[in-house]
Design a binder for this molecule. Sequence first.
Ligand code: GLP
Length: 244
Amino acid sequence: QVYRHAAEASRAVAEQIAALIRERASQGRACVLGLATGSTPTGVYAELVRMHQDEGLSFQNVVTFNLDEYFPMQPEGLQSYVRFMREHLFDHVDILAENAHVPDGALDEREVAEYCRQYEAKIAAAGGVDLQLLGVGRTGHIGFNEPGSGKTSRTRLITLDRVTRRDAASDFFGEENVPQRAITMGVGTILDARQVVLMAFGEGKAGIVKQAVEGPISTIVAASFLQEHPNAQFVLDEAAADAL
Ligand code: GLP
């Protein structure tokens, strides 16, 4: 779907998420959302907060699993995705604290592999992800699945690509301060979601969107694996769709 502006696209995605939350609530069921960080989904979160405040949209039946977190990263760190999610969504809606999951970047390295297995087990125990929201990095990463990430990869510790670290440099006041690694759900974890919505805005994303949508399905561009997903949408503004 191509919208003229990002704001319009964000409203449409927020409507879709709200409809799913309400449908599940009316059935007395949980709604399991996979959530993303970065600048792209902030408009969706702002709209969901508005719907909570103005329309009484409740998040009490919502369970969330975030895609990724820098490693190492303290939860209260300026660039932490825990902090990001609190500021943009969790602190402004009625989600139960125990239902909002973000990978823990503050673990001892020796605990990470087991922690990642447990993260996967928690997703499975929640019934799997109903809707996975995604952005896309300039390397084609979804979550932090950098080039080389396989189709069956699961939640794990990865090494960040140079391009990704450069893109994050301003957030960290210099590339040298960007962590070398991150914990991310795998491509396989993402593909298990029943529905996937990838959002991309702005001319800077046009090249990678073209590769993801029209290019070969390959580990070089993790987002290209979405071509094989039975229910994946790309929600773009006109600038990001420009090369299609
Ligand atoms: C980071 C995040 C990704 C995000 C990407 C793009 O690498 N880990 O989940 O999709 O940035 O960020 P932005 O939406 O700011 O362009």
